[in-house]
Design a protein around this ligand. Structure first.
Ligand code: ARG
Length: 586
């Protein structure tokens, strides 16, 4: 639609130029921009082209707008164009065009959202916990937001390659392996697995041993060296440990309904063999400087407060490699071997500088071609009700499983209160969808860049932009069909949208594709949340003003059923893209 309007305006501009109304200096470009209006009572689309060109053309904006509207070719898509304010042109789409779009969406499981001309390969780094410890709430955000963007990109027809860049390498593994070895000597297998069931405790116990005993600390250091030199025994211990830790992650993914599996794990250790080459290639590109024995890349664009250039250290004086070295290897692998057109990183905002540096070095070194985009999709911190980083009462990290357990239990209490008649299995199922959905939606509905406060009461409320509200909105639309014994896949007749509430709902429904495109482009699922929330509100207004089943006129009834069906399908699709589970009843 936007493209169509742009072409109409371009034609009008040509007409005005040809008949001498409009004279523009040679160097003035005239790219027409079309935007959606906020409020469809003022039209569906608007352009500021008359405001942009008035000055160079030496005309009053409103006069130019007037001339443009008069010169606009007839088109079945546009019902009329109006001038607003200082010289905006507002377009009202024709009912015929709207109806045609609605019918197309209703007839297509894909809701008539167009596939991209060329599908891209999008490599997405998300979740990426450190295996030395239990996954924490920071990884929750990455996992949930990343998953929603993965689903959206796939829906749009792109190829997604998930990369779970787990932290499975580094000095802390020496300490963990030394402790694992000790425990193995002492405990039977059963007790050891119990010990490992709580990685947080395991880590803390190992750390305590490390701090308390020099002998242990020496053993830990020696184990790292052996591990890094590829010692079979150490590797075996290390694999064993990682397997346990990863199984904890997979349990969380399963609970969350997130699509990450073993095949998506490509951790830091995967790049070990490549690190020396990365440093050598940086050297060959003339980017390396030695500073106090360490190998560094200095880039002019990164300076500290005193104006001194900041180094990206890629090899320490003792020969060890760093987080940055691994990420340089990873970025090259993703653009090269994986053939990524876009490389996305859903990682805490606090790592923004790290990624800017990596992207910049990678480009300069030629690791990533100019046509590949690298995008850090940073996110803020999840805070507790006190506005400080989320912690347990005793100040420890909150285990994700505990958090999800509590969410489900609270949801259970909530839904069992509302459905005294339902059997327990059904209630548990609903509680899972609502509880887990609430945690996910609370995260997804906020602009990812900002911090947010984790609040069970708020996220489980049936009012406002929450999962329970939206899940309920879907069941309500679905129940229209259930009550009438009708199948929402078998609607018929033509759209006849006479009531304002019908028109407003319809105009919003046809925007689904645009919204998903924005989510995919900017990595911002909150736009989809806001859209669905809006849709649910528009449906409520429609439902209130326009009786569906009780209306006498059969043609109007059929049209309203079609509108309800498309609302249900759009809500269902949208919720699924966000990784929520729509319910038929709740
Ligand atoms: N493991 C890191 C952490 O927990 C996140 C890794 C993000 N991905 C990356 N390629 N650096 O902070």
């Amino acid at each position: 639609m936007k493209d169509r309007l742009i072409s109409l305006i371009d034609q009008a501009l040509d007409t005005l130029r040809d008949n001498g109304t409009l004279t523009l200096p040679e160097d003035v470009r005239r790219p027409v921009q079309i935007d959606r209006t906020k409020d469809s009572s003022h039209g569906d689309f608007a352009t500021n082209i008359a405001l942009m060109l008035a000055k160079p053309a030496g005309m009053k904006p409103r006069d130019l707008a007037q001339a443009l509207v008069a010169a606009l070719p007839e088109d079945p898509v546009v019902a009329r164009a109006e001038i607003a304010g200082p010289g905006f042109i507002n377009f009202f789409q024709s009912a015929e065009w709207l109806n045609r779009q609605l019918d197309a969406a209703l007839a297509d499981p894909h809701l008539a959202v167009p596939r991209p001309g060329t599908a891209q390969t999008v490599v997405i780094d998300y979740s990426s916990p450190n295996l030395a410890k239990e996954m924490h709430v920071g990884h929750l955000r990455s996992t949930i937001i990343g998953d929603a963007v993965v689903r959206t990109l796939e829906f749009l027809g792109h190829k997604v390659v998930p990369q779970n860049h787990v932290g499975d390498w580094g000095t802390q593994f020496g300490m963990l392996l030394a402790y694992l070895e000790e425990q193995k000597d002492r405990e039977s297998d059963g007790e050891l697995s119990r010990e490992l069931a709580n990685l947080e405790h395991f880590y803390r116990a190992a750390k305590k041993r490390f701090d308390d005993s020099d002998e242990f600390a020496d053993r830990a250091r020696a184990l790292v060296v052996k591990l890094q030199s590829g010692d079979e025994y150490c590797l075996k211990l290390w694999r064993e440990f990682n397997q346990v830790s990863l199984s904890h992650c997979f349990a969380v993914y399963r609970r969350l309904g997130v699509k990450l599996g073993p095949d998506d794990v490509h951790g830091e250790s995967a790049y070990n063999d490549d690190l020396a080459r990365v440093v050598a290639d940086l050297d060959a590109a003339g980017l390396l400087t030695e500073s106090q024995g360490a190998q560094c890349v200095f880039l002019d664009e990164f300076k500290n407060k005193e104006g001194q250039p900041l180094p990206v250290i890629v090899r320490k004086a003792d020969g060890g490699y760093l987080y940055a070295t691994t990420d340089l290897a990873a970025v090259r692998y993703r653009a090269g071997a994986l053939g990524g057109d876009r490389l996305l990183y859903f990682v805490d905002q606090r790592q923004a500088l790290h990624f800017q540096q990596i992207f910049s070095v990678a480009r300069k070194a030629g690791f990533v071609g100019a046509q590949v985009s690298m995008e850090h999709m940073g996110f803020g911190t999840m805070n507790g009700p006190d506005g400080r980083p989320f912690k347990t009462r005793d100040g420890g990290t909150v285990k994700l499983v505990d958090l999800l357990d509590e969410a489900e239990q609270r949801a259970y209490d909530l839904v069992s209160g509302k459905n005294p008649g339902l059997d327990d299995d059904a209630l548990r199922g609903i509680a899972r969808a609502v509880g887990i959905g609430a945690v996910k939606y609370a995260d997804l509905s906020k602009n990812r860049g900002s911090d947010y406060i984790f609040n069970f009461d708020q996220m489980l409320s049936f009012e406002g932009n929450t999962a329970p509200y939206l899940l309920y909105a879907y069941t309500r639309v679905a129940s229209v069909f259930r009550k009438a014994g009708l199948d929402m896949n078998e609607t018929r007749g033509d759209f006849r949208l006479d009531h304002e509430a019908e028109q407003a709902l319809a105009a919003r429904l046809v925007q689904f594709g645009e919204v998903t495109l924005q989510v995919a482009e900017k990595g911002t699922p909150h736009l989809l949340c806001a859209y669905l929330y809006d849709l649910a509100g528009l449906f409520s207004a429609f439902y209130e003003h326009c009786p569906i089943l009780a209306v006498d006129d059969e043609a109007i009834k059929a049209s309203r059923l079609k509108l309800a069906a498309l609302t249900a399908k759009t809500l269902h699709r949208g919720l699924t893209l966000l990784g929520l589970t729509p319910l038929e009843r709740m």
